[in-house]
Design a protein around this ligand. Sequence first.
Ligand SMILES: [Zn+2]
Length: 333
Amino acid sequence: MRSLVSKFIGGLTMAGALSLAGPGARANVTIQFDYTYDDGNFLSGANVGRRAILEQAAGVFTTFITDSLDLINPGGANTWTAEPFDPRNTNATLTISNLVVPANTLIVYVGASNLGGSTLGLGGAGGYEASGFTPWFNTLQGRGQAGALLSTPTDYGPWGGTLAFNSTKTWYFDSDPSTVETFTGQNDFYSVAVHELGHLLGFSLLLDENSNPANSWSAVTNSVSGIFSGTHAMALNGGAGLQLSGDLSHWADGTMSTVVGTGAAQETAMDPSLTVGTRKYFTALDYAGLQDIGWQLAPIPEASTFAWAAALGAGALVLRIRRRQRAAGRPPA
Ligand SMILES: [Zn+2]
């Protein structure tokens, strides 16, 4: 019996045939948070109530993403080790053997540690190692999303990943993120959670060893000019490409769009910074970026049916805090 043994970093392209599995049924995607590594009780113990805010942040995505992610179910010769970065030490990697990931579900490990400097959070898809046969590798690579297996990927199907928050910052935990109060001098946990989940869901430059695009975000990013040419995003920008930030994993700092549902002007959620004392909601351009990564979205409701207010910017200090994203598994070479 011939066994294929390989080591992969999540997102690296693989040669080989497309999955033979037929397309699964589309459903709302579920984000399943795992607090095993929340040693400092940032969202556990006496702080377990904060998890509800993280669930609200997840709803930004799960309410609108109707896609199909295949079950990851190891067995027999098909084994794997999930290798998300460790939220307790973001330079280290967790090794989780033969994790079962339900269909249409992402598993996200959550924790907090001193991330240093002005970083508020880190988020990214997890890497992995695997052993087995080609269809198994294809499932891990794309979860039934055929476009994720192309040499120039057009789709994205991660197993999950990590969110890490900076435990040394002053945070604002809003039990109702749909309304905005004054929280001068505090960093909005909800806004950062949404932003880092955006990275995990594919706002992340990932190139292979030959500097070729290794995920669907990178496939529509010109790494020389820093121009993003996803068609949904361009449609909101008068047909022009979007300038990205220097790390090529965010819209350029200060990029404006409109809050979905209210139409209020707001800086995008997926630009690189968040002003202390302010909330940022996911905007139309942010959702367009998700579509350009390959996520299928349900129709976004109009203002009359969308409950969230957009009382933005009140009492904001003009101090800007930068956030970093983390590429899947390991930083690019
Ligand atoms: Zn970021």
